[in-house]
Design a protein around this ligand. Sequence first.
Ligand SMILES: [Zn+2]
Length: 402
Amino acid sequence: MTGETAGKPLLITNVKPMAFGAAAPSGTTDILVGADGQIAAIGSSLAAPADASRIDAKGAWMSPGWVDLHVHIWHGGTDISIRPSECGAERGVTTLVDAGSAGEANFHGFREYIIEPSRERIKAFLNLGSIGLVACNRVAELRDIRDIDLDRILECYAQNSEHIVGLKVRASHVITGSWGVTPVKLGKKIAKILKIPMMVHVGEPPALYDEVLEILGPGDVVTHCFNGKAGSSIMEDEDLFNLAERCAGEGIRLDIGHGGASFSFKVAEDAIARGLLPFSISTDLHGHSMNFPVWDLATTMSKLLSVGMPFARIVEAVTHAPASVIKLSMEHRLSIGARADFTIFDLVDADLEATDSNGDVSRLQTLFEPRYTVIGPEAITASRYIPRARKLVRHSHGYSWR
Ligand SMILES: [Zn+2]
């Protein structure tokens, strides 16, 4: 149905709204979206104009449009990024947040070639390193202080403040060598000047996850929160777990950022069993994580469901929670005159083998299955990603599955 419904009114029948607040109808309802993309009527057995497109949701859930807080979509400007269309509306996602693919040196291209033409709403964390992820991990963006240009970052933000929602720092030795925590401190200083949050990637120390948490403040985001890397897992060091729990209570946002190397079933299961839930669920989708092991946001949500995170909290973690990070209003999303921005999805029984970033396998018994994404008057058919057959790829350090 891609594109076919644009420019005409849209009647959505038989949806079960959730996560719209107490005023939303309980049980199933119909929604009429005008040709202008605004909600024209809500109620049962709605009449629609003769030219209206119609979709029957057959009792599926409908939430505010899903937000993926960590993706890489500077396709063509970096060697690692996928296209927004590969992880957006066709996967049930209406808002994509690029996590530092672009730095100040190439943000203008990201804006012109990716943000402006895309159907999905796109926001970005600006990389602290000038070059962003041009040649990701081959030419690291934060080797030493020559890679950061404070004046140009401030200027880039001034010119793009409607697109840039925060600053991104990848704080692990693969990128920063032995530079340690200094880039995180510099990033925090700039984020304070700009009054925007900082998202920090934790991984191979240095910097230590512990040190990063000590620098961050309320509103900042630590991504890859449940990684299973030696020296960076919150479950291998009781002091770190306690610190993470305290910081989460103080308003530091723990974000999943699954990715190719940064989500462990075991860490997630143990943390959730102890009551520490992630604030937001994101994929860290890019060219090296999509086909294996991430696939998409719906599968990542299903993985969190399988390790004990409650259904309603999962929906919260892809709607209200990430929206609050990027200052996207979720108020009155289901009211007359609001622009339609919805994800329609089912929970279905399954028996699907899924893998985390450590190679641990779990069988998912229940899957989030997106059916339609509604962006204004357009209803786009959505589904989970079906991975291609895996390929063993030879590279300079050995072999890996792609
Ligand atoms: Zn990433």
